[in-house]
Each structure stands twice: as structure tokens, then as C-alpha cells.
Design a protein around this ligand. Structure first.
Ligand code: C5P
Length: 238
């Protein structure tokens, strides 16, 4: 997907003032913003509207996973917020995925509909625990295929899985990758981390980056360094 605004900043914070003070340092032409369950549960649609008024595209990452009728209605409500991207779980099954697709197609605003494959916090051991007789990486491919067959615009996956998904699925399928760490940054709780430049080289369309930017002393400067790195005009950060 050709889009030059490829960084999505994950606003994983619980303090409204902190969010606004961070966001005011950022340029909507240089990043998009992700609102997840924590922030949405506390501040809801009002915060979405506030950030949109500042010019930002919003990725509403609520990872819907429920019966088809409930997901249909939840996706419709999310479309009304005019968000740019939203997530559902691929493991909800074909019927649920198609219900979400229908909800977007029937809505006036049409966000990118992205399916979460296997959470990066899950390992092969967790697959076995759930009775799934394949590795997490194989399960990612399976769920990515299911997502494409049922009309999703793309998937969330680890940048490590991007090359195999790109080989299997169409080039226009949107790949959104968290677990990004500039060289030299701490991995924190992320298990499989990839640098911004490597993720883009592998074929990621959008990079979800949280703490490396939100906890930086100068977030806007850190974002600019990452953008220089991925455009090839800056040094690989270290
Ligand atoms: O701070 P950090 O860069 O690790 O934040 C990554 C963001 O991406 C978090 O909001 C996390 O919930 C999200 N995410 C993830 N792994 C997934 C899906 C989403 O880290 N598989």
C-alpha cells in the first residue's frame, strides 16, 4: 500500500492531560495515533473526536471478538466515529469477519478493516494449550489467509512474519506491525522486536510504535529520527 504516513503512535496512557501534551508536540502529517482499550474505556468517543479535530487519523484498536451480530453493530458504531483503521480478531471465524465487512460496506465512513492474527504475546506453547496443533507462525499464516478470504483489508502481525505473508497473499493486503524497536532501545515486554528500517524493508505498511516515542525525552525528535531512518536519509538509530 502506497502511503507515506507510516508511523502509528500507540497512546498507551491513562492520563488525559499527558495524552494531550504529547499529541500537541506531534504533526499529523508525520504520524497517526492508536487508541486502545485502556484509553477508549476511560475517555471514549470524546477523545477520538478531540484528536481528530487536531488533524490526526485514528486507529481504533479495540480488537472486537464476539458473535457476528454483536461485531456487526460494534463495527458500525466505530465507523460512525470516522476512524481511519479498526481491528477485529481473525479467530472470530468467517461469519464474524463477513459481518464486520458488511458493517463497513454499509457505512458512510469506511475505515481500513484489519484482523489481528495471533497476538505477539502468545507462543507455540499457548497454541498447544488451546488445542492448536501448529506453531504460532503457521497459525498466523492460516488466520491471515482466512482474513483475506473474508474481505479484510489487512492484518496485524509481527514484522518477522511479513515476508511469509507477502509470499502467500496479495501485495495490496495491508500489514500492520507492532513490536518495533529502534536499535539500542529496550525491548521491554516485547519478545520479537524488529527495527523500523528492517520492518519497512520486509514489507510492512504501517509500524505501530509506543514507548520508544511516548517515553522519549523529546517525542517529536525521536519520531523524526525514526522517519529519517525508514526513509533511508538518516543513520540507523543506535
Ligand atoms: O510500547 P510498544 O511499542 O511495545 O507498543 C506496542 C503497541 O502495539 C501496544 O499498544 C500493543 O498493545 C500493540 N500490539 C502489540 N502486539 C500485537 C498487537 C498489538 O504489541 N500483536
Amino acid at each position: 500500500m502506497q502511503d507515506n504516513n507510516q508511523i502509528i503512535i500507540a497512546l498507551d496512557m491513562d492520563d488525559h492531560k499527558q495524552v494531550l501534551s504529547l499529541v500537541k508536540q506531534l504533526d499529523p502529517a508525520r504520524c497517526r495515533l492508536k487508541i486502545g482499550k485502556e484509553l477508549f474505556t476511560s475517555f471514549g468517543p470524546k477523545l477520538v473526536k478531540k484528536l481528530q479535530k487536531l488533524g490526526f487519523d485514528i486507529f481504533l484498536d479495540l480488537k472486537f471478538h464476539d458473535i457476528p451480530n454483536t461485531v456487526y453493530k460494534a463495527v458500525k458504531a466505530a465507523c460512525e466515529l470516522d476512524v481511519w483503521m479498526l481491528t477485529i480478531h481473525s479467530s472470530g471465524g468467517s461469519e464474524m469477519l463477513r459481518a464486520a465487512r458488511t458493517a463497513v460496506d454499509e457505512s458512510e465512513h469506511k475505515p481500513l478493516l484489519i484482523a489481528v492474527t495471533v497476538l505477539t504475546s502468545l507462543s507455540d506453547k499457548d497454541m498447544a494449550e488451546q488445542g492448536i496443533q501448529r506453531s504460532a507462525a503457521e497459525q498466523v499464516l492460516r488466520l491471515a489467509s482466512l482474513a483475506q478470504q473474508n474481505g479484510m483489508d489487512g492484518v496485524v502481525c509481527s514484522a518477522e512474519e511479513v515476508p511469509s505473508i507477502r509470499r502467500l497473499l496479495s501485495k495490496s493486503f495491508v500489514l500492520v506491525t507492532p513490536g518495533i524497536r529502534p536499535a539500542g532501545d529496550e525491548a521491554q515486554d516485547q519478545k520479537r522486536v524488529v527495527t523500523p528500517r528492517d520492518a519497512i524493508s520486509a514489507g510492512s505498511d504501517f509500524l505501530v510504535i509506543g514507548r520508544p516515542i511516548t517515553r522519549a525525552r523529546k517525542p517529536a525528535e525521536k519520531l523524526n529520527l525514526i522517519l529519517d531512518e525508514i526513509s533511508g536519509t538518516g543513520a540507523v538509530l543506535c
